[in-house]
Design a protein. Sequence first.
Length: 300
Amino acid sequence: MPRNFLRISDIGKEDFEHLFRRSAELKAAKKAAKATHTLAGKSIALIFEKLSTRTRVSFEVAINDLGANSLYLNPNDLQLGRGETVEDTAKVLSSYVDGVILRLFEQQKLEEFARHSTIPVINALTDLEHPTQIVADLFTIEEKGLDVGNMKLAFIGDGNNVANSFIGAAAVLGFKLAIATPRGYEPDFSSLGFSGEGVEVTNDPDEAVSGADVIYTDVWVSMGQEEGTDKRMKMFRPYQVNGELLAKASKNALVMHCLPAHRGEEITAEVADGPQSIIFDQAENKLHAGKAILEMFMKD
């Protein structure tokens, strides 16, 4: 059976350490214009239900840099869009390509695809998790000189897929995680397979950022949640990452955002573009971490 990357819990501590080390090596090779064709001769399909800039482009470039061929497949251009089953699509693609990267709404559909696939499947985001993002983010934190296993990360905003994957990563790596959300928007631990032990969940952003080495935020309205925009804008306003909140964290705390950012909503331009922000470093590192992930799951 192929090894899949569907949830952050699919990798262990040694896997994280390998991915961080390999991401750094691949980044150095890219900067030196050194070819690294470790997936030469392979073909990898990308099926994206959700729009994407960084995840799509970084994975397509990563596949090309590793010497493989990428095929971007819009679900509406496939027979999936006309009612073909996920099972049949998975079986057919398994006979054509060497791996599939999926960006879907439903985690259940991703896992159904993987059950019927005989090739590796990578989760490039679902409503439940965003594991490849978290690998790139934690690599970026380590690259900036922090000890990932001994840091405190404060996630401010919606208890969404990114927050869920951080919960899983904290369970594996042991870092302190504080999540501040409005009441009713907390992560659903029952859907994650984790008890949440050791994770601080609060409705007070000041409490969450106290002593934090990293402050992380994301959009208040994710794709598919547009109908609740007005309510969310009102509920999340006190959770904006701004200069006042940043001042309550550890000195020189890093600021992260998985992008796209809505400046003036979940984060101010002052903070997003300020000296403590590493949002564009983490965006770049999606490319290098993506290569390390592809090697781990797609290489023979």
